[in-house]
Structure formats: structure tokens, C-alpha cells
Design a protein around this ligand. Sequence first.
Ligand code: FAD
Length: 345
Amino acid sequence: MTHYFKTTFLVIGAGISGLLIARILHDVGRSVRVLEKGRGFGGRMATRSIDNARFDHGAQYFTVRDPEFQTWVGRWKAAGIARKWFNKLPGDPKADGHPRYIGARGISDIAKGLSEGIQVFRETQAKELRWNDPGWTVRTDSGSVFPTDQLIITAPVPQALELLDRCGVPLPDEDIETLKTVRYEKALAVMAHLNGPSAIPSFGGMKVKESPLTWLADNQRKGISDVPAVTLHSDSAFAKTHWDSPDEVHGNLLIESAKPYLGAQVTKFTCHRWGYARPKQTYGSPFFHHSPSDLLLAGDGFGGPLVEGAALSAIKAAGVLLHHHRKEGTDPIPRPRPRGRKTHP
Ligand SMILES: Cc1cc2nc3c(=O)[nH]c(=O)nc-3n(C[C@H](O)[C@H](O)[C@H](O)COP(=O)(O)OP(=O)(O)OC[C@H]3O[C@@H](n4cnc5c(N)ncnc54)[C@H](O)[C@@H]3O)c2cc1C
């Protein structure tokens, strides 16, 4: 039997950008549902439990520079789902002293908190999109159907474009070409169990510039794991070269490179491939809104290559959506043009 779920706003993706848009719309009484193909909340703000260990294996912490984002983080701190981790990484000359925040028991706590009271369909992939002029119909891998007035896609831009292209959704060529310039880099992550405390200094996180590693974290010292558990991140060159190698191979290479900082034996490890870890080049505008077809794209590919960039994209996008779908009727607004693409070193 086919299930129909009619909604005013349908969001694809339960990462920070999708959930923040949904939260803002929900909080002012608008009908919104979220589809998420993964098992958990948070997308790249990912926390995983393996045996009795917990790992943040995507985003490690987030910055808060924008006052509007600061307001959200203040709420999360008050609700006990976010807390400060540190101000400055030792030996990081670029450190600006802004506080860095984490989730109370893992970075995905933020996403779980944001989703409260909102209908999020997890393990549900948007497979087919149809523009009905007006409105959309989205069909999922489980065969459910979601008719909606406004479609919001927060998947990494190449995945969003692939979905739109596969479904024959007509967008102006000029827009497609600009969206295609948004590029991401890959990363490989290793989640390793240790048989004792790690040698990662002070609060448990360190940037490294010793290829192939970029980052090491001790999740126990970070306060999210009860037992010794470290996360290692590779640089993008290593991820590109070893993308198709078995976990056993690239996992052991990363662990070998991390040995001086581990201070204990790895007893077991799990790997994760991030195909779209961070945008190298963003769109140049905080979101893409094609108002004639009620389609909006948001996320870090628009707002900037960090949790804060994705969140700011969402906050700005939600403002425009609320204006565009005012309850008394829609009122087309000028859509923002890219201010020039931005490359992120
Ligand atoms: C290894 C790594 C380390 C990082 N470190 C940091 C850091 O320390 N600090 C920082 O600020 N940022 C960091 N980032 C970047 C940060 O995680 C991202 O910028 C941010 O989380 C992006 O959020 P988003 O909502 O735009 O996208 P995502 O989190 O990717 O959310 C998009 C969601 O859409 C879902 N989706 C895609 N297609 C479909 C579909 N067809 N149907 C249903 N669902 C779909 C995906 O499963 C995903 O959950 C890191 C990222 C990685 C990978």
C-alpha cells in the first residue's frame, strides 16, 4: 500500500542545514517533514557508538562567529545539548580564540535536539522528484509519496544535482552550470579502540600537518566516550589515492602514522569514507532559490565549509521561505544572485 504524506515544506536531508530549516518553519507553526536516507540525525555531524565506545567521526567541533548563530548555540547550551570544548588549539598559529563547541555526548546531539517534535523519516531516501507546476511530488525508496508545496534539498550539491538531473527536473542551464562549480574534497576517517589512555595532549584534540593525517581526537578526553577511543582524519590527497583500497589497508596506514600520538595499542578499528567532506568551492550565495518552481537548495555548499556555514545557509533560507510562503498567499521575491564563487584553501 502506498502511503501519502502531504506537507507544505519537504526537506531532504537531516544534517544541520535541513534540520535548522525544519526547526524554524515548525516553530512558527508551518507544516514540515524531513527525509533522511541515513540511520541517524546530523549528516556529517556524525556520532557513532561501537561496542561501549563513542566517536565523533565527521565534524569534530564548531565555531560561532555570527550573532544569529550564537543565539541558536546559546539555546543549545541552555538545553544541555552543546558545551564549549576549547578556545585555542595548542600550536595553531591561525587560532582566533573563538570558543569551539561540541555536543554534550557527541556532536549529533545538536541534530537530535533540533529534530524534537518534527517528523523526520529516517532510512528514507528521496528517489524520484516530480514538478507538478505548482508543487512537487517526492517518491522514496520505500515507495511512500510526499506531495509538497515547497521542496528543500540540503544534500551535498553534486548529490542534489544528480537527483534533479535523473528526474528530469528543468532548471535554467545557467543555474545548473553555476551549481556544478560547487566542489567538495574527500576524507577518510578511522575510529580506533585503544587498550589504554591515548597520548593526545591536553583536552584531547589536535590538528596535524603530517600527511596523511590532518586531525586526531581522543573521544574519552573530549567527554563523549567512557572508554579510550580515538578518531583519525586523513587529508584529501590520501583519501583520493586510497578511496578504493580496503579498510584494512588505509586504516592501518593512518594508524601507523598516528602511532606517536596513540600511546596505547589499537585493539579494533572501523573506517568511514566521506565523499563530500567539505566544500572546496562554494556557490557564492547562502542558498539557491528557484522561485518559479518552489525549489530551494541549502547547506555548506552555499553558506561555507563548516557547521556554522551550513547553519547560516539554513537561517537565511528559512527567512526567505517564510516570506515566500506567507500564509495569506505567495509573493515572489527577487532571488539572490551568486556574489562570485568562493574558493576555500
Ligand atoms: C571528516 C569531516 C570533518 C569535519 N570537521 C568539521 C569541523 O571540525 N568543524 C566544522 O565546523 N565542520 C566540519 N566538517 C564540515 C561539517 O560537518 C559540514 O559543513 C556540515 O555538517 C554540513 O551540513 P549540511 O547540513 O550542509 O550537510 P550534511 O550534514 O551532509 O546533510 C545532508 C544530509 O542529506 C542526506 N541526504 C542526501 N541525499 C539524500 C536523499 N536523496 N534522500 C534523503 N536524504 C539524503 C544525507 O544523508 C545527509 O544526512 C567536517 C566534515 C567532515 C566530513
